[in-house]
Design a protein. Structure first.
Length: 125
C-alpha cells in the first residue's frame, strides 16, 4: 500500500497537461499495482478500505485522462480502466456515485448542492 500511496502522491504533483509519453512510467506503476499487487491483498481489506483504494484509483484515472469521465466509464480496451469499472460496479450501486464521493472528498461539498449553487449563479446573470 505504501507504493500505491507514493504513486498517488507523485501523480498529484504532475502538471495536468503532460504528454502521454510522460505518463508512461506512472501508467506502468499503476497497472502493476492494480493488476498484480492489489488482488492478493483484496480479501484482507474491509469494504471501507476497498472503497478508499478504488476512489484513489478513479482519481488517478481522472488525472491521467484529463477528467474524461466517459472514457473511464466506457473504455473497453485499457485493462486498468476495465478493472476500475468492474470495482466501481461492485462497490457502488450507481458507478457515478463514486465520482460524487470523489467530489465530496476533494471539496467537502455535496455535488448536487454545488451544482444547484452554480445553476443559481448563472441564472441570476
Amino acid at each position: 500500500m505504501s507504493e500505491y500511496r507514493q504513486l498517488l502522491h507523485d501523480v498529484s504533483t504532475l502538471d495536468r497537461y503532460i504528454s502521454s509519453k510522460q505518463w508512461e512510467p506512472y501508467d506502468q506503476r499503476f497497472e502493476h499495482l492494480i493488476l498484480s499487487c492489489y488482488p492478493p491483498v483484496e480479501p484482507q481489506l474491509t469494504d471501507s478500505l476497498q472503497r478508499s483504494v478504488w476512489l484513489d484509483a478513479i482519481s488517478f484515472a481522472m488525472a491521467r485522462h484529463r477528467y474524461d469521465v466517459q472514457k473511464i466509464i466506457q473504455d473497453t480496451t485499457e485493462q486498468t480502466l476495465v478493472v476500475i469499472r468492474e470495482h466501481m460496479r461492485t462497490l457502488w450501486d450507481n458507478p457515478y456515485s463514486a465520482f460524487e464521493e470523489i467530489f465530496r472528498r476533494q471539496t467537502g461539498e455535496e455535488f448536487q448542492d454545488a451544482l444547484k449553487e452554480v445553476k443559481g449563479d448563472t441564472s441570476g446573470q
